[in-house]
Design a protein around this ligand. Structure first.
Ligand SMILES: [Zn+2]
Length: 443
């Protein structure tokens, strides 16, 4: 078993229920758990330093790791960036993921997770293909990963529910429970009602959750009305997809009825404002969702439609988009947005993460406050710190990332993989897949 870790003299942003911020705080990590949180003096009085790894967090903030609630491993960032969603999917995204093999998925996942860890993300909710490769990459690099397949009707030549079941049986619960497998549904335009019902049946049989793209674009809403005679969320409701263990990504064009269905079923929503903006999909009705009491976390979506995996940037979008479109600066205050990226994401996935409290999983990041991003900073003022974290910072402020009690990045260096090798191999994998991919002539 690894030595306990004591992090002392830091500004501990607990994200606990009362929202405590401890300005000369300390935490203790034993195995995969946070076991103590308090003032540095109190914590040091309760714990022996010998035999422990002591990290001096003077000039740093100590936060729970960020949770990226809608994620895809990405191979082809920046390729065909000029296209709208549907055309992009048909000519780029689907051809690329149809040409994936284990190796390409493995290196793409390692490169994706590398950027996320360097931006303070400790959990990814990753829908992609070749889940064995993704699980192997997650196990090696040390990230917490909920993985799901890209399941669609057979004529689309993506994944099947059987592929997803196989991945569940092979990888769910591995790496000390750090890796889980959900049932993934690509989106309604590639699914029949029968497939949706079968997906819910499989998730219930396996005792796992569902990850789906839902109501992302106006074209999807029109497609749903034409094929099913009703709106996407109504179809998801009727087929049993919605529920507390369903993560619905995007939910941009929700009607009042659809918001009520989300609320009634306790469905979790991932808000992905940067992706929605880049692909010209619109602005989700976040204020109405929150007012309805729906749990909403945030996600970057995929590097192909973002193009960064920096969740600090997504937090900023999650505030500014709504303030701009509603002409209302009272919306989405910094502390609330930070809560979406931590507590709400953890709640959506049923994880004991997203806060620093005794008993929570030890997913922790250290943010360097001694930089222009955090200057000036009024000592003892939590609101000032929240403002900087959401509106001023980017992922390069993260100095150390700890996941499941293990230090996976220290002084911005990954401890588990050779970053330069990962980047070289991901570049090579991208070129191999481009050579192999087939773009449909009708597209
Ligand atoms: Zn997505």
């Amino acid at each position: 078993m690894s030595e306990p870790i004591i992090i002392k003299n830091g500004t501990v942003v607990t994200m606990n229920d009362p929202g405590d911020v401890l300005f000369d705080g300390a935490i203790v990590i034993e195995a995969d758990r946070v076991t103590d949180v308090g003032s540095t003096a109190d914590v040091l009085a309760r714990h022996r330093l010998d035999g422990a790894r002591v990290i001096d967090a003077t000039g740093k903030a100590v936060l729970p790791g960020l949770i990226d609630l809608h994620y895809h491993t990405a191979l082809g960032k920046g390729w065909s960036d000029h296209l709208p969603l549907w055309e992009y999917l048909d000519t780029c995204w689907y051809p690329i993921i149809r040409a994936l093999d284990y190796d390409a998925a493995y290196w793409a996942a390692l490169a994706s997770y590398t950027e996320s860890i360097k931006c303070g993300v400790t959990t990814v909710n990753d829908m992609y293909r070749q889940l064995t490769a993704l699980a192997d990459a997650a196990e090696e690099i040390g990230i917490r990963a909920v993985l799901s397949n890209d399941v669609a009707d057979p004529e689309h030549n993506l994944d099947t529910l059987d592929d997803n079941k196989e991945a569940f049986q092979a990888k769910h619960g591995t790496a000390n429970g750090r890796i889980e497998v959900y049932v993934g549904i690509e989106w309604l335009p590639l699914a029949s009602e029968e497939l949706l019902r079968d997906a819910r049946r499989l998730a219930d049989e396996l005792g796992t959750g569902i990850h789906i793209h839902l109501n992302e674009s106006l074209t999807e809403v029109e497609n749903s009305k034409q094929r099913f005679g009703r709106r996407p969320t109504e179809v998801a409701y009727d087929t049993g997809i919605l529920g507390r263990n369903c993560i619905a990504a995007h939910c941009v064009w929700l009607s009042d009825t659809e918001i009520a269905l989300m609320r009634e079923t306790g469905t979790q929503i991932s808000h992905n404002p940067t992706s929605n903006a880049k692909l010209g999909n619109g602005i989700a009705r976040l204020p109405e969702m929150l007012r309805a009491g729906i749990n909403v976390g945030i996600g970057h979506d995929a590097a192909e439609c973002n193009n960064s995996r920096d969740l600090f940037e997504v937090m900023k979008f999650a505030s500014l988009m709504h303030r701009a479109s509603r002409v209302d600066a009272s919306l989405q205050q910094a502390g609330d947005v930070l809560r979406m990226a931590t507590r709400n994401g953890a709640r959506a996935l049923g994880h004991q993460t997203g806060q620093l409290a005794p008993g929570s999983k030890a997913d922790v990041i250290l943010v360097d406050l001694q930089s222009p991003m955090f200057t000036p900073l009024m000592p003892g003022n939590a609101e000032h710190l929240f403002s900087h974290l959401v509106f001023a910072a980017n992922g390069s402020c993260v100095d150390t990332t700890i996941i499941d009690g293990k230090i996976v990045m220290e002084d911005r260096q990954l401890t588990t993989v050779d970053e330069q090798k990962v980047l070289r191999e991901a570049n090579a994998a991208f070129r191999r897949v481009l050579d192999r991919m087939v773009v449909p002539s009708s597209a």
